[in-house]
Design a protein around this ligand. Structure first.
Ligand code: UDP
Length: 375
């Protein structure tokens, strides 16, 4: 499999599949792509749930969204996307609100009927009570944007559960992912282009990996083939960088997730694809009901698949989901990167695991495209 191999891509997720497609199309093969899982697609992977026929996102709901024209144009060469726009609700103390925080959330929470300009002044006054001039963590950032009552209701408990630590110990950048709006725009993302692959994520990845010259191999661990990689073969590695070096300098910290599946005997369980749970006393953070992601499909039958998402610590052997961006982890990452430059100069690390970054899918695609541009 590795004889004459010009490029070896480790990991058939978004970064690996896009990079492999670009390398094979521009430079020819063989571009060998290995993945130790039994499927391609990394954590975007989806498969049809046998009992309900619903396309289930095995590692949690993944909605593609972007404002990067090049990324949108590139992926649309391989698949079309449906017109789904993500809207999320959140439950807090027995009531349902719109998320991210917008005028509907504010008016429902305070039982008011503020207009946008009134809400701007109202929220300014709420935020001013705390007098935070230079927010230095997630809690201060949120309170300085929306005031303490909204923070305590919709951010504090959810964030505590999601990250397993006090929001005052987390970087402000995490909450900057969520917009705050003083109008009734209830979209979760601001990005103009959004949707789900019409052919499913499996269809998208099959097409990316079908480029002439790509040799995809599933159920293959890098360690099993490492010694047979030809010396002039360039390696692109999207596994975890600490694992590549057998944790020689220590373990980078990740946050994990656990999913609990249930088939509910009704056609529609919650009326939306994702409902968040803001109460800290409810142990899960969100409930996914995947059938709502594809309004263009006519799902038959009287049952629906739901999945509850429970954040958890990520010990050895568990699936890593979110990098924990503490100063100690950033220092360890820098040490691993220096080690990589010294001991593995033929290997390029990338993707969510390889770069230890909290990457959206579109940023992952862009980084693969840009890397291929330079080759
Ligand atoms: N968040 C929150 N309440 C919510 C949703 C999100 O406090 O109802 C915070 C939480 O800290 C989370 C961050 O916003 O980690 C980013 O949320 P996002 O939905 O972007 O996270 P992801 O989909 O990547 O898990």
């Amino acid at each position: 499999m590795l004889e004459n191999c010009k490029y070896l891509v480790v990991g058939a997720g978004m970064w690996g599949a896009v990079l492999a497609e670009r390398l094979a199309s521009r430079h020819g093969g063989p571009v060998v792509v290995i993945d130790r899982r039994s499927h391609s697609g990394g954590n975007c992977h989806s498969r049809v749930h046998a009992q309900t026929g619903v396309e289930a996102h095995v590692y949690g709901t993944h909605i593609f969204h972007t404002r990067r024209p090049r990324v949108w144009e590139y992926l649309n060469r391989f698949c079309s996307f449906n017109s789904y726009r993500h809207r999320v609700l959140t439950e807090y103390q027995g009531r349902v609100y719109s998320m991210p925080i917008n005028l509907a959330t504010i008016n429902a929470f305070y039982n008011l009927t503020l207009k946008p300009f009134e809400a701007a002044e109202f929220i300014r006054q709420e935020a001013a009570r705390e007098n935070i001039a230079a927010p230095s963590n997630l809690e201060e950032q949120a309170v300085s944007q929306i005031g303490r009552p909204l923070y305590e209701a919709f951010i504090k408990g959810y964030t505590q559960k999601q990250w397993g630590r006090n929001p005052a110990e987390l970087p402000a950048s995490i909450i900057n992912r969520l917009p705050v709006r003083l109008n009734y725009n209830q979209d979760y993302f601001d990005d103009p282009w959004q949707g789900l692959p019409l052919a499913g994520y499996a269809g998208l990845f099959d097409r990316l990996l079908a480029a002439p010259g790509i040799v995809p191999r599933l159920n293959v661990d890098y360690l099993a083939v490492a010694e047979r990689v030809p010396p002039d073969c360039r390696v692109f590695y999207s596994g975890a960088i600490d694992e590549f070096f057998a944790y020689r300098l220590g373990r980078l910290e990740w946050r994990g997730l656990r999913f609990e599946e249930e088939v509910v005997p009704c056609p529609d369980f919650q009326g939306a694809s994702v409902i968040n749970q803001a109460d800290v006393t409810t142990p899960f953070t969100r409930t996914h009901e995947f059938k709502h992601l594809h309004p263009e499909r006519k799902y038959q039958g009287n049952a629906t698949l739901i999945v509850r998402e429970y954040p958890q610590a990520c010990g050895p052997g568990a699936e890593p989901y979110y990098p924990v961006n503490s100063p100690a982890n950033q220092k360890l990452l820098a040490d691993y990167q220096a080690l990589a430059a010294r001991e593995a100069p033929q290997v390029t690390f990338g993707g969510r695991l390889g770069s230890y970054r909290y990457l959206d899918m579109d940023a992952t695609v862009e980084s693969a495209l840009e890397l291929a541009d330079g080759m």
